[in-house]
Design a protein around this ligand. Structure first.
Ligand code: NAP
Length: 282
């Protein structure tokens, strides 16, 4: 049976450490504050927002919500972002996706100043990651690196296979793993015979949004499997992109869903926010 990579527990440890750092920042007159913008009425986004707000408040981060109407124009959205960019007491700005399709999400992300881009989506921050410079790393890939490090799972020289090439998970992960000296293979929906790659992975990271896609015969015995996917099975139960019950019998380490990558993503958002607040001191 595999060892569980417990993201819930590690996320709690990270939040506890941040709590102490926030107390020190407050003593210097800096109160970390996150502004979150949501456009429209997406049900899942509301739940994410509630979770983020709760997690932030618990450790002393202030949280300001901007709930915009579905028919908000691009100019109105950019105007709000611009005001938040110049507010000294706001350290991070997060635009909750999805936004209505008439709005250009990339344009909106790019109008957030890089120093407050705690999601790590701005091209300047993405570019810095590619150049191995200090930056805000996108929260899910950042959380995955932390989880591997916590369990002393070596990355250097290992074959890391990533399934999925989205801008928020797959692509920044490629860079994170290269920066850790892994040999990286990326698969996507046009990859032929995905299993030929997954079977050779020392570390397999799956972020495709396909319920229980990875089966036991698609992984290498003794490897590490990181499941980013969040799906519902036929019974409405939360599950990942990996068939956990099958795969955990053959690998050494595996993340559960829920309780693996998910909590780490929120914890790393808070790390980025505290880093942005700390940068204000400099
Ligand atoms: P996305 O934007 O929908 O991208 C999915 C990626 O998977 C695409 O690159 C797609 O390839 C690739 N893909 C689809 N089918 C494939 C297949 N059969 N074999 C190989 N690659 C395939 O997804 P995302 O935003 O990265 O999210 C992926 C999953 O992670 C979702 O379930 C999402 O809910 C979850 N997620 C979880 C967290 C967390 O904190 N736990 C955070 C973010 C996302 P193409 O590029 O060719 O289309």
């Amino acid at each position: 049976m595999a060892i569980l990579l417990d993201g819930k527990n590690l996320a709690k440890k990270i939040r506890d450490d941040l709590k102490d750092e926030i107390i020190q920042l407050k003593e210097k007159g800096i109160i970390p504050k996150l502004a979150v913008i949501m456009v429209g009425e997406d049900g899942a986004s509301k739940i994410y927002l509630r979770n983020k707000s709760k997690a932030c408040k618990e450790i002393g981060i202030q949280f300001e919500e901007y709930l915009l109407k579905e028919n908000t124009t691009m100019d109105e959205l950019k105007n709000i972002i611009s005001k938040l960019n110049s507010k000294k007491d706001i350290h991070g700005i997060l635009l909750q996706s999805p936004i209505p399709s008439n709005l250009n999400i990339n344009d909106a992300f790019y109008s957030i100043v890089p120093s407050k881009d705690v999601d790590g989506f701005h091209p300047i921050n993405v570019g810095k990651l590619c150049l191995s410079q200090d930056t805000f790393v996108s929260c899910t890939p950042y959380g995955i690196v932390k989880l591997l490090e916590e369990y002393n799972i070596p990355i250097q020289g290992k074959h890391v296979v990533i399934l999925g090439r989205s801008n928020i998970v797959g692509k920044p992960l490629i860079q994170c793993m290269l920066n850790k000296n892994a040999t990286v293979t990326v698969c996507h929906s046009k990859t032929i015979h995905v299993e030929e790659y997954t079977k050779s992975a020392d570390i397999l990271i799956v972020a495709i949004g396909k319920e229980k896609f990875i089966k036991a015969d698609m992984v290498k015995r003794g490897s590490t499997v990181i499941d980013v996917g969040i799906n519902r099975d036929n019974d409405g139960k939360l599950c990942g992109d990996v068939d956990f019950n099958e795969v955990e019998k053959v690998v050494n380490y595996i993340t559960p869903v829920p309780g693996g990558v998910g909590p780490m993503t929120i914890a790393m958002l808070m790390c980025n926010l505290v880093k942005a607040a700390r940068n204000q001191e400099l």
